[in-house]
Ligand binder design. Structure first.
Ligand SMILES: Nc1ncnc2c1ncn2[C@@H]1O[C@H](COP(=O)(O)OP(=O)(O)O)[C@@H](O)[C@H]1O
Ligand SMILES: [Mg+2]
Length: 216
């Protein structure tokens, strides 16, 4: 495996998807290796079908462990269909969310237990952790207020959860970040969008100086 795998994590409304749109071409301009951008849950045909079930606001009776297993299943298929082929082709994989999201949302948010959710995800990802994870640090209050301002009517099943759920997600992310200092780099996502992108870019270049040529 010769490509590199970078995941982007953080609470809802942290600005991951927004930043990636700008970040992707900036990174591509600094390397000859092709960059592939994907997202979770989803990112491949089977995984997108599972995504629809998970995020459907009508699935109110879904059991928390069912939800955790569906995320892990979608992740497995995304890994097989997209991530591993990308890395094998010596390309750069960017994923908008990956395994840490499950540990924070289902493990912490849904209170299944971070260790329990990590275990089923170990089975799903079989050791394929990202080489680098950029954590977008934003408090649940700021993240949710951004989302609500924009598209209250279109919020998905998880985004609609109570503030206590989002506080548990945030606390769990804090623990994951603390436990994985080598893999996860935190950026302040409460800054202006331009600064967030710039900080993410710097963190990636710093980690892979031979792949992203800073001077160009
Ligand atoms: N740095 C920022 N400052 C203020 N608003 C932002 C910032 N980044 C993104 N937003 C806005 O917040 C909302 C959520 O952003 P989004 O990228 O969808 O977050 P995420 O993908 O992390 O859930 C969008 O309306 C977006 O325009
Ligand atoms: Mg997003």
């Amino acid at each position: 495996m010769s490509g590199i795998f970078i995941s982007f994590e953080g609470p809802d409304g942290a600005g991951k998807t927004t930043a990636l749109k700008t970040l992707m071409p900036l990174l591509q301009a600094k390397t000859n290796q092709e960059i592939v951008l994907s997202r979770e849950p989803g990112g491949s045909p089977i995984s997108e079908k599972i995504r629809k079930i998970i995020l459907d606001i009508h699935e109110e009776e879904m059991d928390p462990r069912t939800e955790a297993l569906l995320y892990a299943a979608a992740r497995r298929q995304h890994l097989i269909d997209v991530i591993l082929p990308t890395l094998q082709a010596n390309k750069i994989m960017l994923s908008d969310r990956f395994v840490d999201s499950s540990i924070a949302y289902q493990g912490g948010g849904r209170e299944i237990g971070m260790k329990e959710v990590a275990n089923i995800n170990d089975f799903a990802i079989d050791g394929h952790f990202p080489d680098l994870t950029i954590y977008f640090d934003v408090t649940p209050e700021v993240g949710l207020s951004r989302i609500r301002k924009d598209h209250e009517g279109e919020m998905d099943r998880l985004e609609r959860e109570a503030i206590s759920f989002h506080n548990r997600v945030y606390d769990s992310y804090m623990k994951i970040v603390k436990d994985n200092p080598d893999r996860i780099k935190t950026i302040n996502a409460e800054q202006a969008p331009k600064q967030v992108v710039s900080d993410a870019l710097d963190a990636i270049i710093k980690k892979f100086p031979n792949i992203f040529n800073k001077g160009e």
